[in-house]
Design a protein around this ligand. Sequence first.
Ligand code: GLN
Length: 244
Amino acid sequence: MCRHLAFLGPPTSLATLLLVPEHGLLTQSWAPREQRFGAVNADGFGVGWYAAGDPRPARYRRAVPMWADPSFADIARVTTTTAALAAVRSATVGTTQDESASAPYTDGKWLFSHNGRIHGWPSAVEPLVNAIPASRLLTMEAHVDSALVWALVLEALAAGENPDAALAGTVRKVLAHAEARVNLLLTDGRTITATAAGDTLYWRSGPDGVFVASEPSDDGPGWNSVPDNSVLTATADGVDVRPL
Ligand code: GLN
């Protein structure tokens, strides 16, 4: 399983979000504390963030471990943002190993990450695959269950569903066909939407912003554990957690 994190808040450097915290995503790439499946997240990483005046996020993704990219540490120190989504990857067997399979995935204003696994994909979820238009399937970036989940989410968003309905509906559809862990994370830079379905999820909100993450970045107070089978919506105004 991977580890992921989303942030909304006052301008903050990517280093402050990811590299500096004692148990932040950098540390989680080699020593996650709450990961239930897999020991390290060394198969790549990615960060997406929003720059002022541009609704489309920038992305930086690599197929190497986060700790093995000193250039990222340098760039992260001087890149500030008010919204970001990042992930470190422990690749599922049989999936693309290059950076195209590293979250976050994107389309327009959206950033997306999947922490989990669909057992027996793609055949187990063939009815779901068949409902996706070929034009979307053929533009999937990588051969990985997460890209398929992203295609399902995009279909729901394109049909006009709200982000929380799109994520919750996708999780329910996948679980109706296959044994799966489907912790999803989605943002447009203003709202974070997430699911807890098979793995850990936490949130924290304070003057430094709102954080939604697979596990706490530090031992400070304020981290709230999200019960399994939940959908979460976070904005600058507050965090709402409901049953899936
Ligand atoms: N199945 C996804 C992948 O291979 C996510 C893996 C994970 O959560 N470890 O990238």
